[in-house]
Design a protein around this ligand. Structure first.
Ligand SMILES: NC(=O)c1ccc[n+]([C@@H]2O[C@H](COP(=O)([O-])OP(=O)(O)OC[C@H]3O[C@@H](n4cnc5c(N)ncnc54)[C@H](OP(=O)(O)O)[C@@H]3O)[C@@H](O)[C@H]2O)c1
Length: 293
């Protein structure tokens, strides 16, 4: 399969590239400097040149609080960007896979959010991502939306990806304990993205690791335990105490209705992903056997 990865320099983009090279695909890997998804001319020229069968869009402006302060830029990158890619894909007949977020939901539901739940984004970031979904789907029928959440992995700059390093540097760790999501290991997400590319069935998918979900606090404590560190270095705090510009959903756990119906193998548990992550980033740590689920 001829693949093009946009946003290949980010956490998910890198994981997708690594997974696809291992799977032997022919890949064009374009980071922000090589392809700006908001630049129509560049998008069209790149697609004409590369002629991918599948474009996986991992590019986005992901700084949730900065998006709140500059909603226009959020719209430009997260809403119009995917639309431009969709129009370009339509022109060359390529499948578009573009990644969205659990934050499109308002968090008021008790259980897991599925595709049957109505999005109700609460922040500028979430509004822009939902608009990106809709614009891409309206522009091109062969569009797959993949919503994920609480993503961690090598190269990530977010709290989940950096918790062990920060604890090792002696930083005081405050982690939110009253909001839950479904943590997702970037290489597991990458694997499912490739399966979806092979399947080629347009629609909206929820792709997260299995399990009941976790708060940042629970995730961070588990990460430190696996790293042989004191979990009590983490102090749980309420979402409201952080006074961040952008609101976050208190529950954004996802479940997919389509994947089981299509026979897609579910991803392992987030604890399994976390153990693999700790083993990869800190091989000196004897993390013990990786749980099977
Ligand atoms: N991380 C999470 O927990 C999480 C949760 C749910 C959904 N998602 C979604 O997953 C996808 C991947 O996110 P990620 O975690 O990999 O984020 P990331 O590490 O911030 O990667 C995003 C990449 O997009 C690039 N980018 C920004 N603006 C661009 C533009 N105009 N044109 C081309 N590239 C641009 C960034 O480059 P620069 O840094 O150079 O600007 C960065 O390399 C995004 O759609 C995000 O919304 C992430």
């Amino acid at each position: 399969m001829r693949l093009l990865i946009a946003g290949a320099g980010g956490l998910v983009g890198r994981a997708v590239f690594e997974h696809c090279t291992g799977a032997g695909d022919q890949i064009a890997r374009l980071d922000h400097a090589s392809l700006d998804i908001t630049d129509e001319e560049q998008v069209n020229a790149t697609l004409e040149r590369e002629r991918p069968e599948v474009l996986i869009n991992c590019a986005a402006w992901t700084n949730v609080d900065q998006c709140e302060l500059d909603p226009e830029r959020a719209q430009r990158v997260n809403a119009y960007g995917p639309e431009l890619l969709a129009v370009g894909c339509r022109r060359i007949g390529a499948l578009l896979i573009t990644i969205s977020t659990d934050y499109v939901f308002d968090g008021k539901k008790d259980g897991f959010y599925t595709q049957r739940d109505q999005p109700n984004p609460q922040s500028a970031y979430a509004v822009s991502k939902l608009e990106g979904e809709r614009r891409a789907q309206n522009a091109w029928a062969a569009t797959i939306i993949v919503r994920s959440g609480y993503i961690f992995g090598v190269g990530g700059t977010n709290f989940l990806s950096s918790v062990i390093d920060r604890a090792r540097r002696g930083e005081k760790l405050r982690a939110i304990n009253d909001a839950v999501g479904t943590p997702t290991y970037a290489p597991d997400l990458a694997r499912q993205l490739l399966r979806l590319a092979q399947l080629g069935l347009p629609g909206t998918y929820h792709v997260v690791n299995a399990g009941e979900g976790a708060s940042f606090d629970e995730f961070a404590r588990r990460a430190l335990e696996l790293a042989g560190m004191d979990a009590n270095l983490v102090r749980g705090v309420g979402l409201d105490t952080l006074n961040r510009p952008a609101p976050r959903p208190r529950n954004s756990r996802l479940r997919c209705l389509l994947s089981p119906a299509l026979g897609l193998v579910p991803l392992p548990s987030w604890q399994n992903g976390l153990q693999k992550f700790v083993g990869t980033t800190h091989p000196e740590i004897a993390a013990g056997p990786v749980p099977k689920t």
